[in-house]
Ligand binder design. Structure first.
Ligand code: NDP
Ligand code: MG
Length: 380
């Protein structure tokens, strides 16, 4: 029986993780759950999964939560609550399903304790990949990716030798604007950008999919997860999202992992690896799909993808600047303060103006994240 701590249990990945855990009551129990402010979903989860503790980040909601939950659960809401939860409590697996930079420090604490991390929060590897992978090795921890592309590559690499990999091929749906002209981006609305053709996800990653920054972040994530140089990580557009990614080996052979677009499968794999457990999730009906297509990405149209490659090549704190600028720019777009086409422009400005530090430690990364947020917020 494995005890699971889910950071971000009320989000899209968090809810899907609980959908998986619900199917395997003799394998997994819930040690802890965390949310930012959504106490209505969190209270329902507490009732069903009976965690030992929960973290609610928004302090004003802690009292309200304690009033609606009438069972024995510790409710934590201090400044440092996420880090403390990861540090102190008893659990075997941490599911990192918080969105953004906020996932970094609690994940590091779990790594220091040698835990298994089922990692959805790609931003953790984007901003601090070098430190995170070093800590994983030093502490005997493990990161099993939840991101569907990286789960696919992980699955393709089982039994293989990393030295025999020629390249990784990350597939990208291309998002809702794949077939739009670049000129459309000036007037693209929030609702249009949130209307992803294949995946139902949280709003930040859905906008990242529309700009293709999501794929850019995934290139950086793949670099740290699999230790391959940027030249060996390609992106190919595959609008059907059935092939979740591929590995090409030195003999020219390509292995792919297929499935319907549903995050339950990569979440389950990250929880049970190296085992595969039988489930009754929907299966892929290949004759029904009928057609799988592939294209080169348009780097001129999707500037965010280009900027992410550039940040990875630059190294140091460039990926941290890219990520922080993107988080603020996406938030501004979602609030209607900037146009869709301004997202890459703001990120470019930040990469241009903010000083890069090579071999940053964690304090430098935290400072760089803060500085970049201030920089973008103070523009105009
Ligand atoms: P959601 O926005 O749906 O959920 C985010 C979760 O994190 C919620 O539980 C939210 O709480 C909590 N949260 C948000 N901000 C903070 C904060 N500052 N401090 C603490 N908790 C916070 O996101 P997704 O589930 O879509 O994505 C989560 C991560 O997984 C992202 O990094 C994303 O890139 C990655 N991912 C997601 C996929 C998907 O299919 N959704 C696929 C692959 C990767 P509350 O509900 O209270 O706001
Ligand atoms: Mg993905």
């Amino acid at each position: 029986m494995k005890k699971v701590l889910i950071l971000g249990s009320t989000g899209s990945i968090g809810v899907n993780a609980l959908n998986v855990i619900r199917k395997f009551p003799d394998r997994f129990s819930v040690a802890g759950l965390t949310a930012n402010s959504n106490i209505s979903v969190l209270s329902e989860q507490i009732k069903e999964f009976k965690p030992q503790f929960v973290v609610i980040k928004d302090k004003s909601k802690a009292k309200e939560l304690s009033e609606i939950v009438n069972q024995n659960v510790e409710i934590i809401s201090s400044e440092n609550a996420l880090v403390e939860a990861a540090q102190k409590y008893d659990y075997d697996i941490l599911i990192g399903a918080i969105v953004g930079f906020a996932g970094l420090t609690p994940t590091i604490e779990a790594i220091k304790r040698g835990k298994r991390i089922a990692l959805a929060n790609k931003e953790t590897l984007v901003v601090a990949g070098e430190i995170v992978t070093r800590l994983v090795a030093e502490n005997g921890a493990e990161i099993i990716p939840v991101d569907s592309e990286h789960s696919a590559i992980y699955q393709c690499l089982v039994g293989e030798n990393l030295n025999e990999v020629e390249k990784l091929i990350l597939t990208a749906s291309g998002g809702p604007f794949l077939n739009k002209e670049k000129s459309f981006f000036d007037n693209a609305t929030v609702n249009e950008a949130l209307n992803h053709p294949n995946w139902k996800m949280g709003s930040k990653i859905t906008i990242d999919s529309a700009t293709m920054m999501n794929k850019g972040l995934e290139v950086i994530e793949a670099h740290w997860l699999f230790g391959l140089p940027v030249e060996k990580i390609d992106v190919v557009i595959h609008p059907q999202s059935i092939i979740h990614s591929m590995v090409q080996f030195v003999d020219g052979s390509i292995k792919a992992q297929l499935g319907i677009p549903d995050m339950k499968l990569p979440i389950q794999y990250a929880l049970t690896f190296p085992e595969r457990l039988s489930n009754n999730f929907e299966r892929t009906n290949l004759p029904l799909i009928n057609n799988l297509t592939f294209f080169e990405p348009d780097f001129d149209k999707f500037e965010c993808l280009k900027l992410a490659y550039l940040a990875l090549q630059t190294g140091g704190t460039a990926p941290c600047i890219l990520n922080a600028a993107n988080e603020i720019a996406v938030d501004k777009f979602l609030k209607g303060f900037i146009r869709f086409s301004e997202i890459p422009k703001l990120i470019n400005k930040a990469l241009d103006k903010i000083e890069n530090h090579s071999n940053p430690d964690i304090e430098t990364i935290i400072e760089c994240d803060k500085l970049t947020r201030e920089f973008i917020n103070n523009l105009n």
